[in-house]
Structure formats: C-alpha cells, structure tokens
Design a protein around this ligand. Structure first.
Ligand SMILES: Cc1cc2nc3c(=O)[nH]c(=O)nc-3n(C[C@H](O)[C@H](O)[C@H](O)COP(=O)(O)O)c2cc1C
Length: 226
C-alpha cells in the first residue's frame, strides 16, 4: 500500500490529521519536539564509540524520510570519529521471535538469519543503539519490532547501553509520537539503557518535507556532539 492509499483508506478524519502534518503545519511552524543536543563529548567521554543504527523503513533510501534523518546522524557521528554500523531491517533476512525460549534469554537464537549472524554481534559490541522507524499506526514499524523482540535472546547482554530514537510521521500534532515514545522509554527502563536523544520528525510524511525540516540537522548535531 502506498502513502496515498493509506491516506484514502483513513477517511476524511485521518486525511485531515495526516494532511495537516503533510504540509500546512510544518510550513507554518507547527508543533514539533526539539531534541536536546548533548554537551560536546558528554556521552562518549571523548572516546570513539561503536554505534549501531537500525533503519526499518521499507522505502528506498532516496525516498525514505526516517532514513534521511538517520543518515544525517550517521554523518555527524562519523565526522566526530565514531564507528557507525548501519543495519537495514527492511531489506535484511529477519524472522520474528518464535517465543520458543530455546535461547533462555542468553542466546543463541534458533534462527541463523541476518539478525543473529550480522546484527547481534554488532549490537553486543555497541556502545550506542539507534532505533529508526517510520510511525506505523502510532507506534514502531513491524520491521523494527521484529528486531526488538529478538533482543530477547540476549536481553542481559544488551543491558547498560546508550540508545537513541529517530522517527518520522505525517501527523504534525504534538501527541503524534506519544505511544511510540512511551514504548521506547519503557524499553530503555527494561534494558537499562541511557537515552541520549529522541528526534521526532512530526509533519515529515514526505521526503520534501523532511528535507526542509529542522530534524536532520538536530540528528546531525547529536551525532556530532556525542
Ligand atoms: C502502514 C503505515 C502506517 C502509517 N501510520 C501512520 C500513523 O499512525 N501516523 C502518522 O502520522 N503517519 C503514519 N504513516 C505515515 C508514515 O509514518 C510517514 O509516511 C513516514 O514519513 C514514512 O517514513 P519512511 O519514508 O522513512 O518510511 C503510516 C504509513 C504507513 C505506510
């Protein structure tokens, strides 16, 4: 289903909400959440960090709004000397957690897919995990949730990391990301992660909108100041 069809099926109520995010509000300086840029070096202590960015949009790199923001973050972080590994959850070979508990929350997973073979070793070694998602029905994409559920196989070993959230959506209302951010904050508590920032790209339902928004620069600055 493309975005136009999503809007059509949403009916007039949803159409009004999403169109308000699609243009008018963002052009008129509609409500947005400004991410806090950390003090230079306060997150990394001045050392090079291992950073894993997990993109989850099924859109092409050239069309995706969330990947546009995450790329700005990557450029900022790499420019500051950090090592960044980018995983594309939408293109990778992934399986949802089977709930079999063969891992006993301590690995390995029964699946030998890209999560187990490629992403998990990088995550275990990472200082900072960056979760990137388009807002899908007010929460994270299924592509990202698939990754999150697979944390189960190494829950304890993934504790005590730093984390960041990058998200985009059509809606420009201040509550658009409430469910997503509540989930993310709860995840941080459970995983004992320290949140280093949330870039919430409201009113960014199309590439042209995100490109002229403040959000890519917010993400770049966070990356550059870690
Ligand atoms: C399945 C689906 C569900 C969506 N749900 C929402 C939603 O709940 N709220 C919203 O504001 N936008 C919603 N959108 C719009 C996307 O969040 C928006 O187009 C976003 O910019 C896409 O990011 P991407 O290009 O990185 O994939 C939805 C889009 C799709 C395809």
């Amino acid at each position: 289903m493309n975005r136009r069809e999503f809007l059509k099926l949403g009916g007039m109520g949803a159409l009004t909400v999403f169109l308000s995010g699609c243009g008018l509000s963002s052009l008129m300086g509609g409500e947005t959440t400004k991410a806090t840029v950390p003090e230079q070096g306060s997150i990394s202590g001045g050392k090079a960090m291992n950073i894993v960015v997990i993109n989850s949009s099924p859109h092409a790199d050239s069309d995706s709004t969330s990947k546009y923001i995450s790329q700005a973050f990557v450029e900022g972080a790499q420019g500051a000397g950090h090592d960044v590994f980018v995983f594309d959850a939408a293109k990778a070979d992934t399986h949802p957690c089977a709930g079999c508990d063969a891992c006993h929350m301590d690995g390995p997973c029964i699946y030998t897919d890209d999560i187990e073979n490629t992403l998990m070793p990088k995550m275990l070694d990472a200082d900072l995990l960056v979760l990137v998602t388009p807002l899908y029905y007010w929460t994270m994409s299924a592509q990202l949730k698939t990754i999150v559920d697979r944390f189960y196989s190494r829950t304890g070993k993934l504790h005590h990391k730093k984390s960041m959230l990058i998200a985009t959506c059509y809606d420009s209302g201040s509550h658009a990301m409430d469910v997503l951010t509540a989930t993310y904050k709860r995840l941080c508590e459970y995983m004992e992660w320290t949140d280093v920032g949330m870039v919430l790209g409201t009113g960014c339902g199309a590439r042209s909108l995100v490109e002229r928004s403040q959000f890519p620069e917010q993400a770049r600055q966070i990356g550059a100041h870690l």
